[in-house]
Every structure is written in structure tokens, then in C-alpha cells.
Ligand binder design. Sequence first.
Ligand SMILES: O=C(O)C1=C[C@@H](OP(=O)(O)O)[C@@H](O)[C@H](O)C1
Ligand SMILES: C=C(OP(=O)(O)O)C(=O)O
Length: 449
Amino acid sequence: MSAHGEPVAMTARRSGPLRGVAEVPGDKSISHRSLILGALAVGETRVTGLLEGQDVLDTAKAMRAFGAEVTRLGAGEWSVHGVGVGGFAEPAEVIDCGNSGTGVRLIMGAMATSPITATFTGDASLRKRPMGRVTDPLALFGARSYGRKGGRLPMTVVGAADPVPVRYTVPMPSAQVKSAVLLAGLNAPGETVVIEKEPTRDHSERMLRGFGAEVRVEDTTEGRVITLTGRPELKPQTVAVPRDPSSAAFPVCAALIVEGSDITVPGVSQNPTRNGLYTTLVEMGAEIEFQNPREEGGEPVADLRVRFSALKGIEVPEERAASMIDEYPVLSVVAACAEGTTVMRGVKELRVKESDRIDAMARGLEAMGVRIEEDEDTLIVHGMGAGGVPGGGTAKTHIDHRIAMSFLVLGLASQKPVSIDDGSPIATSFPVFEGLMRGLGAEVARTGA
Ligand SMILES: O=C(O)C1=C[C@@H](OP(=O)(O)O)[C@@H](O)[C@H](O)C1
Ligand SMILES: C=C(OP(=O)(O)O)C(=O)O
């Protein structure tokens, strides 16, 4: 099934070396947050480098439905006239967040402490994902929610008319849950405290501060304790969105496994809560140079120079999982092309993403002749060495952009071409993927078109 209309079958095959500069789009997490925080500020926020993927476009549309004025000025350049904390209007329509877990969960948080009601839905993938992880803490603020069985969309959230601040320990490693609680805390009087046992991406904390909210972060024996002072007046900002390390992962991993490759991926965020994949690849023997380290838009960034490398399997430390959670699918492709076994433990969160990513990667890799082992919380890939993966199969992508891009990357290095049943979800996070990969010399094409 397709995310938007007809499925788009695609095939990738071995080509010559990948060469050139890969300018990947803006960071998805920061793009969502710049629109939401811009909508909650008083005055005009300007954003450059915004990711114009469907996930973020759906958040832009939602912010308009809540009363903000959101305008596209040019490529990646956007203006948001916000309504202020507590100023959201009640939407007259159902909020459709498409394929985006981040979009729906952060927006639920942002509206849950205002006296308005909103109904949320999404595509067939998002309608399967659990929302209780967000509506449970939102209930502590006084919000009520009515969804399908298992806390599934469509779901109506009735915002708290008289919200109270909350102290909440997030039970699973999830930046979306943490962020939903912080955004709800904005319109609760007093201090809202969120505790995370394992650190997750910290864009909300950084950006809330940037927009003028008071946010304290302390590392304690309980974990990271984040304290937000409610009812600030958020000041509009100029946000320069850095390039997305999760999107950069695809050309980077492709260059590592296609013989003779040498590419540069400029301006990629090196935020330590996001760079676990890069640490892991270097441990596997990847030749990656982190050039020109600098700060852009409040985030550390670097230009990555990446060459084809002889890679070996490793055991990925469990505590690194949150800092590379979206990169396990493409890491398992790299692992298939490495010598030896790669063990990925502590990854059960992958089962509640756009698809069950452990299952989708396991079945797809098996179809390409790769031996894997899995349990609820683990994926083990038995590497076949550079050029050793047979390929020649079709992987099901289950409306999941990262599964789609991962298998296309595998096709560039496997003996026979790799096909996917549907590449249309790629547009949710990386709309220029196909053209960018072809520009590097990759043979990626729509089949039957
Ligand atoms: O906060 C965010 O922007 C995100 C958090 C992560 O999800 P979880 O919070 O569910 O781990 C990640 O998978 C997603 O792509 C983006
Ligand atoms: C998990 C992802 O996104 P989301 O949860 O926002 O749908 C992702 O982009 O890999």
C-alpha cells in the first residue's frame, strides 16, 4: 500500500563508484519544532533550510489550522506568524498528520493545555502507532482523549481548561513523548518537570531556550531532569535548520559499501544526541573525516568526507540506541556488507515506528540472501563482506521511508539488483533522495514507469 496514491516500485543496481557532493535536506526534527514553536511565539519567525518533506508540510498545515500564519517564501524559506502560548484557536477541521509520529505527538502536546478540542488522524501507518504514550502524560495536565482501541488514531484530544503543571518520568526512550510534555507544560502555570532515564535528542530543550523559555537541565541519578517554567512569552526567532544526519546516513552508508566511492556531505548536524550511527560506523572501520567542525543555527555541524571502506561487524552498545534510533535500518544494510556479525540490542522501539522495522529489515534482508537473527529487542546481521550480498529480491517497505531507502542503498552494492514494492514514502523525509543519489552516480530508478 502507498502513503500517497499509487505505490511506486523502484530498483537499485550496482554502478561505478559514487562521487561528488551530497547536499541533504534540513533536519526533520528541527523543522517540525521550528514551525510549532514559531506558531507559539508572538510575532514573525523566519526559517531557512526547512525540510519540505510531506511530514513537515503536514505540520505546517496543522499550525495554520490552529491559527498561525505559515507562508512559504522560497525554497526552504518560511515565515511563521505565531499566536503566542495559550493562543491556539480550535481547528475547524480534522488534523491529518499523514505519516508523521513526530508531527502528531508534538502537536497533541502543544494543544493539550488550551481550552480547545482537536481530532487527529494520519495514514494507514500512523493509525497503527501507539498514542497512549503521549495521552497518558497529557491526562496529568487535565487533558482528555478519545481514540480507537489501543490508543490509536483517529483520536480527539480535549485540552485542559485549567491545566496544572506535571512531573513525569518518560517510561521509554522517546524524544517525542518528552517534547509533547514540554510543549504542554508551556501553557501550565508553574514548573513542569520531565525526567528521562536515557538521554534522547535534545532539540526541544535547545530550541525552547532559543525562543526564550526558561529550561533547566540537570544530570542526576534519576536521569536527565528537565524543568520548564510555564507561561513564558516566546520570542520569534530566525532559525537556520542544519542538514539532517538521519538523511545523510543514506548517501554516507552507500559510499561506504560501493567500491571506489568518495563523497562529501556538507553541513551535517553532529548533535551528540543524534550521532550514534557515525560513531558506530567509525568503530566498524569506516573512513569518515569530520571536516570544518563549526556551529550553525545553534547546532554543531561538520562536512563529512566518506570513502569506500573495509568494514567489520561489531556489537553496538545498547546505551547508544537512542542517539541512532532511526539509523538501525541502514546500519543493518551496512552490516550485511561487512565481514563478521553485527549485534544490535535494546532496539525494541523500532517495532513502533512507521513499520515494525526489526521485522521489515529481517524479512527484506532474508529475501536478499542475508542471514539474520531477531528477538523482540534484538537484530543480529551476519555480514557477507564487501560485494558478498546476493540481492535479487523485492523488499516490502510497509509505508516506511527508512526501509525503502535502506534497501535501495543495499541494491547499489549487491550482486543482483534490489527492488522495493513502494518508494513513495521516501517523500515524507527526503523528497530529493532519488535525484541526489543519481547525481552521485547511483543507479536508482522507478520500475515499470
Ligand atoms: O522527536 C523527534 O523529532 C523524533 C524522535 C524519534 O522518535 P521517538 O520519540 O518515538 O523515539 C525519532 O524516531 C523520530 O524520527 C523523530
Ligand atoms: C520514526 C520516524 O519518524 P516519525 O516518528 O516522526 O514518524 C523516522 O523518521 O524515522
